[in-house]
Design a protein around this ligand. Structure first.
Ligand code: KIV
Length: 275
């Protein structure tokens, strides 16, 4: 696929964590998308997306749950395996599901090992200083960690809904302290979700590891979106989302055409039939 110069993928034949660090050092933003299944993952690989996240958002985008607290560890293993078997180049990151790590380092490592066995190359977990022991244990077990700060969807109930975090000075300071603490514990990258752009810029400046923003402005080292939002399939039009296609319209149109042609007897035609 041809791309304007300087906008190609950041990694070579296989994207590794060090390529994300190089990208940060070079000031070259990289891209991450969620992926949950074979065909979408292959399309994103063909598009040169650097990192694929099997997000626990699979619970809300595919499985019909109202929040990611409904996503189970078994769900994560199933969808991680599907994506990991389907692509070669992108870095594969999988979420530790709600309830699989909050209980302590032993549970975090046990579930992290299972995600790696399923094909993940890095695991993501939500939280700051409170989960430093879990991050340390995962890293000591040889499992690379991506942190997730700001609005942390698994805590949607405790946070009273989807709200921008770190708006006041104290909140912004806490986010920066959390970022430094999880970096110190061994996190190799940090997602910042629903954070004011200037706070995300400050965190991106003070940490050495790459930050990846979703609703966190343009200064993060990389960006991530849920793919069904990016492609206009979900119909979600949050302020931070840009829909780069209208898949909901196109898919509805295709299904409608199919229904009409079946009803009028024009599909299947002779070219779709066996002699
Ligand atoms: O599960 C997910 O899709 C995520 C992104 C919002 C970063 O964690």
């Amino acid at each position: 696929m041809s791309t304007p110069s300087g906008t190609g993928p950041v990694g070579p034949a296989k994207v590794r964590i060090r390529h994300l660090h190089d990208a940060k050092d070079r000031g070259r933003p990289f891209s991450m998308l969620t992926a949950y299944d074979q065909y979408s993952a292959q399309a994103f690989e063909a598009a040169g997306i650097d990192v694929l996240l099997i997000g626990d958002s699979v619970g809300t985008t595919v499985l019909g749950h109202s929040s990611t607290t409904g996503t189970t560890h078994q769900d994560m293993l199933t969808f991680t395996g599907a994506v990991a078997r389907s692509v070669h180049r992108p870095l594969i990151v999988a979420d530790l599901a709600f309830g699989t790590y909050e209980t302590g380092p032993v549970d975090a490592v046990r579930h992290g090992v299972e995600l790696i066995r399923a094909g993940a190359e890095m695991v993501k977990l939500e939280g700051g200083r409170a989960i430093v022991p879990q991050i340390r244990a995962l890293v000591e077990a040889g499992i690379p960690v991506m942190g997730h700060l700001g609005f942390t969807p698994q805590s949607v109930n405790a946070l009273s809904g989807h709200r921008v975090q770190g708006r006041d000075a104290a909140g912004a300071d806490q986010l920066a302290e959390d970022a430094l603490a999880i970096q110190e514990a061994g996190a190799s990258a940090i997602v910042l979700e629903l954070v004011p752009a200037q706070v995300a810029a400050r965190i991106t400046e003070v940490v050495q590891v790459p930050t990846i923003g979703i609703g966190a402005g343009p200064s993060c080292d990389g960006q991530v979106l849920v793919w069904q939002d990016m492609a206009g399939l979900s119909g979600f039009h949050g302020k931070f989302v840009k829909a780069f296609a209208d898949l909901r319209r196109d898919l509805t149109h295709a299904a409608e055409q199919y229904r009409v042609e079946v009803a009028e007897g024009t599909y299947p035609g002779p070219e779709h039939s066996f002699d």
